[in-house]
Write a protein that binds this ligand. Sequence first.
Ligand SMILES: Nc1ncnc2c1ncn2[C@@H]1O[C@H](COP(=O)(O)OP(=O)(O)OP(=O)(O)O)[C@@H](O)[C@H]1O
Ligand SMILES: O=c1[nH]cnc2c1ncn2[C@@H]1O[C@H](CO)[C@@H](O)[C@H]1O
Length: 434
Amino acid sequence: MKFPGRRRHKHYFPVEAKDPLSNQFQQHTKLQNNYIVGIDQIVVDIEAKVDNNFLAQFGLKRAMSQVIDDETTHALYEHLKNNKMVDYEFAGGTIGNTMHNYSVLADDRSVLLGVMSENIKIGSYAYRFLSNTSSRVDLEYLQPVDGPIGRCFTLIDGSGERTFAISPGLMNRLRPESISEQLITESSALVISAYLMRTEACDTMTQATLKAVEYANAANVPVVLTLGTKFLIEQDPTWWQEFVKNHVDILAMNEEEGLAITGFEDPLLATEKALDWVDLVICTAGEKGMFLGGYIDDKWKRDTTHMLMPGAIPDFNRYEYSRGMRFQDCEKPVKIYSHTAPYMGGPDSIKNTNGAGDAALAAVLHDLSANVYHHIHVPNSSKHKLNALTYSSLSQISKYANRVSYEVLVQHSPRLTKGLPEREDSLQQAYWDQ
Ligand SMILES: Nc1ncnc2c1ncn2[C@@H]1O[C@H](COP(=O)(O)OP(=O)(O)OP(=O)(O)O)[C@@H](O)[C@H]1O
Ligand SMILES: O=c1[nH]cnc2c1ncn2[C@@H]1O[C@H](CO)[C@@H](O)[C@H]1O
């Protein structure tokens, strides 16, 4: 496990330093490793630049992720290929991207559940998915299917907005029996997306996901849900609110999805509302940056040294130097928030915002799993006097997540090719301190 961020903080995980904590760490003959599990509809992204007429021509709704039939898939694919419009074809899927980015950042194992074609030809989409996924992502548990994985036409229009058209193939045929209970109960988190609930009567993906959620809930393994697209939530906000309240511990959304599920347009108020249902909320807000909300027990709260921020909740960042705890572990829970503006004010030129939110979530998952790892190896550390959910303070996590999103904005693919630089020349050292 590579720890998130550079820091001079006293709890920096000591790998070489000769102090009591590291000695304790060295005594382990075999390192115990923790991992996170994600479930996804396994898809390859086929990206092309298009104009708005193009979307209308194929009956596609702008900015949505929509499932298309075989006829539309065929016509769309032929058109893109014949006109040489395809920019790249690369492994995708919102959770596939998140697991890949997590494994790259943490340099550690994640497990991806979903389906994979049992017969794979070199150059096929299945082959492409496997070869574009980090070797740290464990693909051993994928369920074989007799047919193709999904394709996600990622159509970017003149304004940079992305429209997804999904040709599902057999991506939704993951069966409940393919979910290993032990794999879920021994994991540090189960990560799912709202897309997994968008299936047909002949599909088994939704049942498989609910089975995994049931195992995770019973074992107190945090369930992390990312909302994917606002249109899905708008179809039945009440169902989603109930699902989140009853089964989810960590909610990731952008401000539009936040509005759809909470009714609040202001991302801070949406975060506050969602905290009535879950323990930790990540609300990305495009060029406005990112809001993070959580809980801390009153006796562990820490004051920020940053300027107190105005907003719908005045001074909302007052306790942003606190680590996040689960609501149930707080005697006197206090809601805490942090906001970070885009790293370096955002890039001069954004190649593509596709996957910026997935990347932020991967960074948050890295922090959560670093906490589990540290707890396994240095259980007596003063860091674990409080039963926290996160390794770092909300302030630190939010900076880290924004930094990781930036990496995705300056490249074409939603998947990172490398972790963050060890030393950030452009950053003040203080950036990682608190
Ligand atoms: N136009 C922008 N300028 C600066 N930073 C941006 C911009 N768009 C996104 N970001 C950065 O990326 C992060 C995530 O962006 P965004 O809110 O667009 O995610 P998203 O809509 O969930 O993305 P996706 O669904 O494609 O993964 C933001 O918190 C911010 O740090
Ligand atoms: O229906 C879907 N299921 C799974 N992943 C999807 C779906 N629609 C879009 N994406 C994925 O979202 C990523 C960016 O966040 C893209 O890489 C795309 O593959």
